[in-house]
Design a protein around this ligand. Structure first.
Ligand SMILES: NC(=O)C1=CN([C@@H]2O[C@H](COP(=O)(O)OP(=O)(O)OC[C@H]3O[C@@H](n4cnc5c(N)ncnc54)[C@H](OP(=O)(O)O)[C@@H]3O)[C@@H](O)[C@H]2O)C=CC1
Ligand SMILES: N[C@@H](C=O)C(=O)O
Length: 262
């Protein structure tokens, strides 16, 4: 791996992914941009080559399509210059569970969870072998808040969070850093895709602020980075309660409350 590793970013044509591309380019990283909209990636790539003097490759791929996903997996397996994967591509759908189509929820899970899993799996053995590198997975605060009412989207993001935490356990000791980033409402086009006008919403974070904060967490090697959460102790208490339960969660006997009265 080169001293400054190349970064492969999915969903790099706009929004959070394009902003990651800009920030990593400014840090001197060569890039591989992955998304469907080649014209947008071309424009971004030309600008970043000119402004930051880095090399930028474009890999056009619809990550819900098997052949395209396989192409990106192969690149991650074979291109030893790539030392950082930013699994950012994601989508959301509006409506309630019973109104969402089976096709739409399947596609959402394929992109938000399966593609992210497969790309992590493609790069992880090479990074573990090298003893360095990073995987950044973009989750969402919706993944810890079923109350927000975006059930399938939130479930896919809970998967991202769990996977990231599990991979951090497995790959951390091998020298590979895994970060889960949990944004809340951020000003990007994703909201238009679910039929919402982000300009009418409150507490909207600007995308540059979100990515800059996520990169502070990255530089600190934080495992879970939640840029909008003002009080870090709340996450620590939440995670601490989970860890405290682990010692009590495996038992041969059912708890007394589940036993029939004699
Ligand atoms: N904005 C927000 O409020 C929040 C966003 N997030 C998460 O952040 C991530 C980025 O979202 P955001 O920037 O807001 O969204 P955008 O809709 O602005 O960008 C999504 C990116 O993903 C790409 N993409 C979408 N579908 C596919 C596909 N099938 N194959 C390949 N690429 C695809 C799009 O490119 P193209 O169309 O060219 O393929 C685009 O580059 C997502 O995972 C999202 O869930 C999390 C919490 C809050
Ligand atoms: N991307 C948002 C939902 O559409 C979110 O995660 O808040």
């Amino acid at each position: 791996m080169s001293q400054i590793p190349a970064v492969l970013i999915t969903g790099a044509s706009t929004g959070i992914g394009a902003t990651y591309a800009e920030r990593f380019a400014r840090r001197g990283h060569d890039l591989v941009l992955v998304a469907r909209d080649v014209a947008r990636m071309d424009a971004l790539a030309s600008r970043l080559r000119q402004e930051a003097g880095v090399m930028v490759d474009i890999l056009a791929a619809d990550l819900t399509q098997a052949a395209d996903l396989a192409k990106v997996e192969a690149r991650l397996r074979e291109d030893a210059r790539i030392g950082i994967l930013v699994n950012n591509a994601g989508t959301a759908i509006g409506g309630s569970f019973v109104d969402q189509s089976v096709e739409d929820i399947t596609k959402l899970v394929t992109l938000n969870a399966t593609a992210l899993l497969r790309l992590s799996r493609a790069i992880a053995p090479r990074l573990a072998e090298a003893g360095e590198g990073a995987i950044v997975n973009i989750g969402s605060v919706v993944g810890v808040a079923p109350e927000f009412g975006m059930t399938v989207y939130g479930a896919s993001k809970a998967f991202v969070q769990f996977l990231s935490q599990g991979l951090a356990q497995e790959l951390g000791p091998k020298g590979v850093y895994v970060q889960a980033v949990l944004p809340a409402t951020t000003r990007t086009e994703i909201w238009a895709h679910v039929g919402a006008d982000v300009d009418t919403m409150s507490n909207v974070m600007e995308v540059g602020d979100l990515v800059d904060a996520a990169l502070v967490g990255f530089d600190r090697r934080e495992l879970v980075t939640i840029p909008p959460l003002q009080d870090a102790e709340q996450w620590e208490a939440f995670d601490g309660a989970r860890k405290a339960m682990i010692g009590n969660i495996v038992n041969a006997l059912p708890a007394a409350r589940y036993r029939k009265p004699a």
